[in-house]
Design a protein around this ligand. Structure first.
Ligand SMILES: [Zn+2]
Length: 522
């Protein structure tokens, strides 16, 4: 057994395997072939080979067939005869049950080891809901798609996207035990902080290697275009040979044999058309390849050679590309969310086997986001000794402090009010101002009236005129302070009205305080 003598077939198959190695999925390989306008050889009954668009099923067939790896295999399938005598496949055998398997029995397109690796890759690609999964990179923003491992149960995280207030958020969710066993979700970790940390780490790590990687990618792209062009050339050659052959056949036919001559002429025309088409195809493909290298990729590569970080952070860079870059560097990352500490530990395993641990802060829940800081609560607690709610609200506002609710979008103008302060006092079970004043020995109006042997209404009037001191415990209620000495006596006289008594008391107090000040100066 030898490789196909036809160079076009050989090169196409080789290109097929190379493409699979590069993109890592049968479907993506089919897409590459379609995009580049390449056809795949397929053998018809009777030995003729036709080139037709590659399908996913034929891609899978080729990838699964060990003959392409140069292996002699016997007994991959078991057959039995049906009642009508036809041969039917009963079932496929596992690799271990093959009757014969001789590697390197004949030349192959890939090595036996490569074939095994391809099979493994196909298996992991297809096993979407099973444990170990590194899926081909997709467009989503979650960088660790397929690479994040749960630090609590060891299963692979799944990526979930949530729309919240018009923003798409990525979450790493460990819900596999939920899906299979009905257990509650193991962990859910918000993606943004984790992805940022990983991005920063990778950008930092990649600076020295950036040039190398960029050059490698550049070489790869150019080689790929070169190969595609060669394949198209082969297609032209083949079309040319077939056209020549058809021409020769037409020339050789006896002109009197009209019917045969007509058929051969039509065939010749067809071949010429196919030749023209193949030429066009090549020209188109070359122009396209040129375009791709010239405009976008070359620019990107230049940027990348100079600054990997810029490319990584460039919003134009597709996430798929970022993940592909990441695949060069990171094997996987294990995430553990520590609820009490409010952090997430990320253990990153690099391709080379090195490990590194990152720590990110867990994002606050919406309830935590609008929580009033403890410093403000403590300040309110202190201010309650001397102020009522409305005054406290004014003081807080003057100091530029804002209630927790102002963190909500569109609520930045929210200010403290008496009601909000009252809410804080009740929510944090602070001692009320009334209790504090009572602790300091303040009396209610009734108690003060009893102490001074006067009527409650008189207590209120005396307080209004300043004969006794009162303290507000809310906007319209007071407690009264009783002086230890010099308590004002009950006294009513037409010639000594309350106004005059208050004025006399004020003057007495002022002179006393100025005496004190002078004494202090001396
Ligand atoms: Zn888990």
């Amino acid at each position: 057994m030898v490789l196909d003598p036809d160079a076009q077939i050989r090169q196409t198959i080789a290109y097929f395997f190379e493409t699979f190695l590069r993109v890592g999925s049968a479907c993506q390989t089919v897409k590459v072939f379609r995009k580049e306008g390449l056809c795949f050889p397929s053998r018809r009954l009777g030995g003729t080979t036709v080139f037709q668009p590659l399908t996913a099923s034929s891609a899978m067939r080729v990838l699964n067939n060990p003959r392409y790896a140069g292996v002699y295999v016997y007994g991959r399938r078991r057959y039995r005869r049906a009642a009508d005598g036809t041969k039917k496949i009963q079932r496929k055998h596992e690799y271990s049950e093959w009757l014969a398997c001789i590697p390197n029995a004949h030349p192959g397109y890939i090595s036996w080891e490569q074939h095994q690796q391809n099979l493994k890759l196909l298996a992991t690609n297809g096993r979407g809901y099973e444990l170990a999964r590194v899926s081909p990179p997709r467009e989503g923003v979650a960088l660790l798609q397929g690479r994040a491992v749960c630090g609590r149960c060891g299963r692979h995280f799944r990526v979930r996207y949530v729309s919240r207030r018009g923003k798409r958020e990525a979450w790493y969710v460990c819900d596999r035990a939920n899906a299979t066993l009905g257990w509650p979700n193991c962990q859910s970790i918000a993606g943004q902080a984790v992805d940022e940390a990983i991005g920063a780490l990778v950008a930092e790590r990649m600076t020295p290697a950036a040039v190398e990687l960029a050059l490698e990618i550049r070489r790869e792209i150019e080689a790929r275009h070169e190969e595609a062009d060669q394949l198209r050339c082969r297609a032209i050659e083949r079309a040319q040979i077939e056209a020549d052959l058809a021409q020769r056949r037409f020339m050789l036919v006896d002109p009197s044999n009209r019917l045969v001559a007509d058929t051969l002429e039509a065939e010749w025309n067809d071949k010429l058309r196919a030749l023209a088409q193949a030429r066009e195809e090549r020209e188109r493909g070359r122009q396209q390849d040129q375009l791709v290298v010239d405009d976008t990729i070359r620019q990107r590569l230049v940027v990348m050679t100079t600054d990997f970080k810029k490319l990584w952070n460039d919003p134009c860079t597709a996430n798929r590309e970022r993940k592909r870059l990441l695949a060069y560097i990171i094997e996987d990352a294990t995430l553990i969310k520590l609820l009490r500490e409010g952090i997430t530990n990320i253990h990153v395993r690099f391709k080379g086997g090195k490990t590194e641990t990152l720590t990110t802060r867990n994002p606050k829940s919406s309830a935590q986001q609008i929580k009033t800081p403890t410093t403000i609560v403590e300040l309110v607690n202190k201010l309650l000794d001397d102020h009522i709610y409305s005054e406290i609200a004014d003081i807080l506002n003057q100091q530029g402090l804002r209630p927790g609710g102002s963190a909500r979008p569109g609520r930045s103008s929210t200010r403290f009010t008496a009601l909000r302060v009252a809410y804080l006092v009740h929510r944090y079970a602070l001692r009320s101002r009334y209790e504090r004043l009572r602790d300091r020995g303040m009396l209610t109006a009734a108690e003060a009236a009893a102490r001074l042997c006067i009527h409650e209404a008189t207590v209120i009037r005396w307080a209004e005129y300043g004969l006794i001191t009162r303290h507000a415990y809310n906007a319209h209620a007071y407690l009264y302070e009783m002086p230890d000495s010099n308590q004002p006596a009950k006294h009513s006289s037409r010639w000594d009205p309350l106004v005059d008594r208050a004025a006399a008391l004020k003057i007495a107090k002022e002179s006393k305080s100025s005496d004190l000040i002078e004494a202090g100066v001396v």
